[in-house]
Design a protein around this ligand. Structure first.
Ligand code: TXA
Ligand code: MG
Length: 339
């Protein structure tokens, strides 16, 4: 299959919408990461997403809508709590889980009785949904297990020959996947941290939001994942990544002791000064949003440079930084060393 990479404009959006209506899979930009979209109401179309990604069938997908009216087509009921979150954060990088409706395809929910929905703010994503008039299931557009794509070139690198079209809408502004919160249980639970923080959710809901344990640690043996995505190694570059937790001074000292062939530093801008080790940076130390925007691209760059061993500077662990820490922890397979 030839994969067309097209600048997003009116014509290419219309072509993408036509493919989606035919049950095909298209790569589209969103404000978080690029997505691999298909008609959420068509099981055969959704299966093509799993095939293109090589994704385990038991990991459910997020449904993307462009207006709240579309929401009721895929969920059992839009609750007042859900409405409050949508009012506060949509369109934007928040995914809300509710009991599923009957029309959404079983493949999207992967056997669960709930469905995850979000309304993206990216104008191209919104235009594509509006043009085809369908709720679109879309996971991140990477091969399963590799870092999420934040540019159309990243999508092309993973999906060339696997899907008919990718729309190029430039680099993603947020850079990490949406915050995922479930309202399907007794209490709201934050399943995946993102740009919308736990504190912001609590403020909008007027009640506490629990943080799922698996956000900052490995699932215990026998523990059931509340979100199937927690089970899988994620975002991983080919190199072995270790997070070094501690001061910049101790980070430098550790690197000086551990340099060698294929060893790279993954640090913040400016921190490379005086390092003997080759390096890649991911944002500014005092700007978590810049770290989120650049992390996945930095992981891909390390692979391109042939890194074998990577020592990463540790981000913060609250607010937006928690999203960065959560992704980096998975890229590092939870290897953290105190320095
Ligand atoms: O920002 C994003 O959310 C991007 C863009 C493309 O919108 N999409 C994305 O999708 O990150 P994906 O499939 O890579 O991640 C979806 C996550 C997975 O961890 C999955 O397990 C979880 O959401 N999820 C989906 N439906 C769920 C459900 N019904 N219950 C619990 N977890 C669910
Ligand atoms: Mg993903």
């Amino acid at each position: 299959m030839e994969t067309l990479l097209q600048a997003a404009d009116q014509q290419s959006v219309a072509a993408a919408a036509a493919l989606l209506r035919q049950g095909q899979v298209v790569g589209i930009p969103t404000e978080t990461v690029y997505g691999l979209a298909a008609n959420a109401m068509d099981g055969a179309a959704v299966k093509r997403i799993f095939e293109a990604k090589g994704r385990p069938q038991d990991n459910p997908l997020i449904v993307h809508i462009h207006q709240v009216e579309m929401w009721s087509q895929v969920v059992a009921e839009v609750t007042p709590q859900a409405r409050a979150l949508a009012d506060a954060f949509w369109p934007g990088p928040l995914t809300i889980i509710l009991p599923r409706g009957s029309q959404v395809s079983d493949e999207v929910c992967a056997g669960l009785d709930t469905v995850a929905v979000r309304m993206p703010s990216h104008p191209v994503a919104r235009a594509v949904i509006a043009a085809c008039g369908l709720p679109l299931a879309a996971p991140s557009a990477n091969l399963s297990g590799s870092p999420s794509p934040t540019t159309a070139a990243h999508v092309m690198a993973d999906m060339q020959g696997r899907i008919p079209m990718i729309l190029d809408g430039g680099a993603c502004q947020v850079g990490v996947e949406s915050t995922v919160v479930t309202l399907a249980g007794e209490k709201p639970v934050l399943l995946r941290p993102g740009y919308i923080t736990q504190q912001q959710l609590e403020q909008a809901l007027g009640e506490p939001v629990e943080l799922a344990g698996a956000v900052t640690r490995q699932l215990q043996k026998g523990e059931v994942a509340r979100s199937p995505g927690m089970k899988y190694k994620h975002y991983a570059p080919k190199a072995e990544v270790t997070i070094l937790k501690g001061s910049l001074e101790n980070y430098r000292a550790y690197l000086a002791d551990h340099s060698g062939e294929g060893v790279f530093a993954l640090c913040f801008e400016g921190e490379e000064k005086g390092l003997e080790t080759p390096f890649v940076t991911y944002g500014k130390a005092d700007d978590p949003a810049s770290q989120a925007r650049e992390l996945f691209g930095a992981l891909r760059r390390l692979d391109a440079l042939g890194a074998k061993t990577v020592y990463a500077r540790c981000p913060g662990t609250t607010g937006v930084s928690l999203a960065v820490y959560n992704r980096l922890l998975r890229a590092a397979a939870f290897r953290v060393v105190e320095v």
